[in-house]
Design a protein around this ligand. Sequence first.
Ligand code: APR
Ligand code: ZN
Length: 235
Amino acid sequence: RKGKTPEEVVKKYLQKVKSPPEEDCTICMEPLGGPSGYKGPGVGPVSRAESVGQLAQCGHQYHFQCLVAMYNNGNKDGSLQCPTCKTIYGVKTGNQPAGKMEYHVIPHSLPGHPDCKSIRVIYNIPPGLQGPEHPSPGKPFTARGFPRHCYLPDSERGRKVLRLLLVAWDRRLIFSVGTSSTTGESDTVIWNEVHHKTEFGSNLTGHGFPDPGHLDNVLEELRAQGITEEVDGEV
Ligand code: APR
Ligand code: ZN
C-alpha cells in the first residue's frame, strides 16, 4: 500500500478558508493573505484557493505550505499536531528505539498507597544506530541506566495508567533519542514527555513516592500525546 504524500496528509485534516483573516501565519510569521514564508526544498507551487487552510477540529489557520513543511520536519507518521493548541490529528507516534517493556505485580505497597500492591514496569533499550527519524541518522546512540525500573500503585487508577503506557510504548512515545538534561550527553536514549517514578521506597531524586498528584499528571501528559481511554468524539 502506497503511503499518502505529505500534501495529502495535511489536506485530510484541513478545511478550506474562503478569505484569510488579516493575521500572520504563526508558523512563518508572514501574513496569511500573502504567500508562505517557507522556502525550503520540496515546496511546490500552490493555488491561491488552497494557500491557507483551517485545521478541522481546533480551527487554527496556517499557510498550507507551512503545515506541509512542518509535517516534513517531523517523523511523517500520518499525524499532525496544531502548533498553537497542540490538538492532535490522526495518531501521534514518536521515535523511541527498539526495545522491551515488561511489567509485573510486586507484593509491597508504595509510600502514599498503603492499600494496594505495586506494579513494576521494566524498560530495556539497547544502544544502536540512529535511524532517519532521529537527530543524527547513521550515528550511534547510547542507552544509559537500562533496564530502567518504574513503579505504579496496583490500584484501579494505576492499572489505567499502565494500560495507557502500553499504548504509549507501542506508539514509540515513552523514550526518545536526544540530549539528556541530567547528564548533558547527546545522542542518547532519554525519557520523553511522560513522567515515570523510578524510586520505590524513597524519594531522593524527586522521581519517587509519595506524590499525590502523580497519576493525574501522567494521565494529563499521556493526553497531550493523544493517548486516552475515551473513544473518539467523547469529551
Ligand atoms: N527518574 C525518572 N525520571 C527522570 C529521572 C529519573 N531518575 N531523571 C530525569 N527524569 C525526567 C526529567 O524530569 C525529565 O522530565 O526525565 C525527563 C527527561 O530528563 P533527561 O535527564 O533528559 O532524561 P534521561 O537522561 O533519560 O534521564 C536521566 O533517569 O532513569 C534515569 O538512568 C537514568 O539517571 C538517568 C536519568
Ligand atoms: Zn505560514
